[in-house]
Write a protein that binds this ligand. Structure first.
Ligand code: NAD
Length: 368
């Protein structure tokens, strides 16, 4: 791979599409990385800096994630080189509709869209209406058959993966201590579903800091505190700590669910959790995961644990309701977590290596 050039390998890309809008001097890119298992599936981001290379790397990540989640989608991604902050709402709509019409010939056979940076359900609604096909994207408003983010499918899947990892580690969920970094969409719902399952969530955090209580935090009180004061650190009856303190707590389970690269060469030695379930994307570099694995820490990697969102997208694509979506997330996350943990133990390999191997086997491309 050279400079900003896209590299190719046995997995992909299959198609690289570039479209140009002369009125706004805007480029749009769609990379369909791999379609062996179904149409390329992935979001559209709208940023002034998005490049073909960035889109191709994100499309590859989707190929791997969808294969591991075992949904019949390949990997794809789109980017529109446009800054919505410096344009009016009407101009943004015009750009989205233009992009939708340009992609129409490949929708939905080769590509199905979704939200990403600066693209929410509102923009997705413009997209599907311009195409004239609700199946051309997921992440739609409920009125157009969407399954909203607020249902918490990703956090639900993280909680399910955690429950299975606890069984594997021989720890009873009743009273197991958990620290959840981040109280956004993923962290909040992971907290909720684990607390409902009997775990004791002793710490959570947001950009303002960490809140800790050895007795366990009350989910509804934390939610209320966040909604009313803007931060979890104002929770009454807890001890406020710095952000980074959450990674070094003496807990059974650590769930990073906010930022990338939170476990570093500096703090990895102080991690005391026996189980780590990655709600966020890339919270730990692979070499540090390998070090933790050597130390006997059981890790469920991001590509396995946080796939609830892509599984929910499949349920939306099929036109299913909330109940069926949650059942599918439970079934798929359980299957991939158990497969990865069992093979990791058997082959004595870090779970991420095993997850990658399973994804490649499913893609049928052999060693890459
Ligand atoms: P979000 O924007 O809803 O929440 C992010 C949370 O992180 C907020 O509570 C914010 O306060 C907190 N935060 C910011 N800085 C922090 C800091 N220094 N310390 C602790 N917390 C901090 O985002 P989200 O949707 O929950 O996504 C979180 C991560 O999960 C991201 O890595 C995202 O890519 C990944 N992810 C999300 C989904 C999904 O469906 N939402 C799916 C797969 C992966």
């Amino acid at each position: 791979m050279q400079n900003n050039q896209i590299g190719g390998d046995k997995i992909g890309p299959r198609y690289v599409i570039k479209v140009y809008n002369s009125k706004y001097n805007v480029w749009g890119f769609t990379v369909i990385d791999n379609t062996n298992r179904g149409p390329g599936k992935g979001g559209i981001r709208m940023t002034p800096t998005v490049s073909e290379l960035e889109v191709s790397r994100l499309a590859r990540a989707m190929t791997i994630k969808n294969a591991l989640a075992d949904v019949p989608f390949g990997g794809g991604k789109s980017g529109i080189n446009f800054d919505p902050k410096t344009h009016s709402e009407a101009e943004k709509k015009e750009i989205m509709e233009w992009f939708a019409r340009e992609l129409k010939p490949i929708l939905t056979e080769y590509y199905i869209a979704a939200p990403d940076i600066n693209v929410t359900e509102k923009e997705v609604a413009w997209f599907v209406e311009a195409v004239g096909d609700r199946k051309s994207a997921t992440g739609k408003p409920a009125a157009l058959g969407g399954l909203p983010h607020e249902l918490g499918s990703t956090g639900y899947g993280v909680a399910k993966a955690t429950k299975l990892a606890l069984i594997e580690a021989g720890i009873n969920i009743k009273g197991a201590t958990v620290a959840v970094e981040g109280f956004g969409n993923v962290g909040q719902f992971a907290f909720k579903f684990l607390a409902e399952g009997g775990a004791k969530v002793v710490a959570t955090s947001d950009s303002k800091g960490t809140i800790y209580s050895a007795k366990g935090l009350d989910y509804n009180e934390v939610l209320k505190t966040k909604q009313e004061t803007g931060s979890v650190v104002n929770y009454q009856g807890g001890e406020k700590k710095p952000n980074e303190a959450i990674f070094e707590l003496d807990v059974d389970v650590l769930i990073p669910a906010a930022l990338p690269d939170v476990i570093t060469a500096k703090n990895v030695k102080n991690v005391k959790a026996r189980v780590i379930v990655e709600g966020a994307n890339i919270p730990i570099a692979p070499e540090l995961e390998a070090e933790l694995h050597q130390r006997g820490v059981l890790i469920v990697p991001d590509v396995v644990a946080n796939a609830g969102g892509v599984i929910s997208s499949y349920a939306e694509h099929m036109g299913w309701d909330e109940k069926k979506m949650f059942e599918l997330v439970k079934e798929k996350i359980s299957a991939s977590t158990l497969a990865v943990l069992a093979r990791s133990k058997q082959e004595k390999k870090p779970p991420r290596d095993v997850a990658m191997a399973i994804a490649l086997e499913r893609l049928g491309t052999g060693e890459n």
